[in-house]
Design a protein around this ligand. Structure first.
Ligand code: Q9C
Ligand code: ZN
Length: 345
């Protein structure tokens, strides 16, 4: 299938991530792009292209304008304030503080716009995030116009990013931006199937009150796993969106059988919704060997997952979310794409 990728995504190259009380080398590293590209190139089965530039309008169709402005200038403001290290959010407008005030000071703004504290800002993050959304949009446009599959090697990932918050390694919600773009291009309905190990809290939030985007997420039970405060089974959408959000929280350590059974349920819902485009938030941190995940999916099983998704017979844009730099990351992604293509072969 058509793949979109860009070296610009590697401009996000933060030094640190707050993990287990230490600042470690970020798990969400530029190496991930090289490893996935290497596997795709070795296979030779999927053509790889650069994305085109869609500008800021598709971002503003989903994200808060002041949030976009914040991301565009956060690093420079931080440096101009005399700081040296990478900013980690240190205070956030939590439950007993006001969240209606946006502080003037950059440290306050960072906390205001953060939903988690593991993700440091860094030079190049904004440029990488812009490229990531262009990759998502290119893949979505290809899938729509050709009525086929496409893969966007997005980085940074997007599904934790809310309308006005970053975190969980995400800045712009690539899947949401692509879905909204497809709607603005004239399709009536889009479905987003999120199969990353973690709940796609940002995507859920963005479309929670809408009936034109069906959001389905399979993930580790948030009672025991990041993002903890969203992703429960009783969150089914509200207002006009009631019934258009479905979560499939699975116990930590879940087997492939349990996971695949949830996938079947979600795909039934996709089928009855009849979207004009299916976006798959593809995280391969469901892999048994992933450093963040606890699920038991093996490399050889990703092919089956791709094939099952292809059986929905919809134009489909796979967008990379999580899945960390273990040796098999490339083969796991390749497996999904090969499996998808094998359905039509
Ligand atoms: N300290 C994505 O998969 N928390 N983001 C890890 C270990 C952050 C995952 C907990 C997890 C973010 C796109
Ligand atoms: Zn994840």
């Amino acid at each position: 299938m058509q793949v979109y990728s860009s070296a610009q995504t590697k401009l996000r190259n933060a030094h640190g991530e707050l993990h287990g009380g230490k600042i470690i080398q970020p798990l969400e590293s530029p190496k991930r792009v090289d490893m996935i590209l290497a596997a795709l190139q070795r296979s030779g089965a999927h053509g790889i292209r650069e994305p085109r530039d869609y500008g800021l309008a598709p971002v503003l169709a989903v994200h808060d304008p002041q949030y976009l402005e914040f991301l565009a200038h956060a690093w420079d403001e931080w440096v101009q304030s005399g700081h040296q290290g990478e900013p980690v959010p240190t205070i956030v407008p939590g439950r007993n503080l006001r969240s209606s005030k946006i502080p003037a000071d950059i440290a306050g703004k960072i906390g205001f716009y953060a939903l988690a504290t593991e993700t440091c800002l860094s030079p190049g993050t904004y440029e990488a995030a812009l490229s990531s959304k262009d990759i998502a949009l290119s893949a979505a446009e290809y899938a729509l116009t050709r009525q086929q599959g496409a893969f966007g090697l997005c980085r940074p990932p997007g599904h934790h990013a809310a309308r006005d918050q970053f975190g969980g390694y995400c800045f712009f919600n690539n899947a949401a931006i692509a879905a909204q773009f497809a709607l603005d291009r004239g399709i009536a309905k889009a479905a987003i199937l999120d199969i990353d190990y973690h709940h796609g809290n940002g995507t859920q939030q963005i479309f929670y009150e809408r009936s034109d985007v069906l959001f389905l997420s399979l993930h580790a039970d948030p009672a025991c796993e990041f993002p903890y405060y969203l992703g429960y089974a009783d969150e089914r959408g509200s207002g006009a969106g009631a019934g258009f959000n479905r979560n499939y929280p699975l116990a930590k350590g879940s087997s492939s059988e349990v996971w695949l059974a949830a996938l079947e349920e979600a795909l039934l819902r996709v089928h009855s919704f009849q979207p004009g485009l299916l976006i798959v938030s593809l995280g391969v941190d469901t892999y048994a060997g992933d450093p963040l995940g606890t699920f038991a999916i093996q490399t050889a099983e990703y092919r089956q997952i791709g094939k099952r998704i292809a059986a929905a017979q919809l134009p489909t844009a796979f967008l990379l979310e999580g899945g960390y730099a273990v040796e098999e990351i490339g083969l796991n992604v390749l497996g999904v794409l090969d499996g998808f293509d094998s359905f039509y072969a």
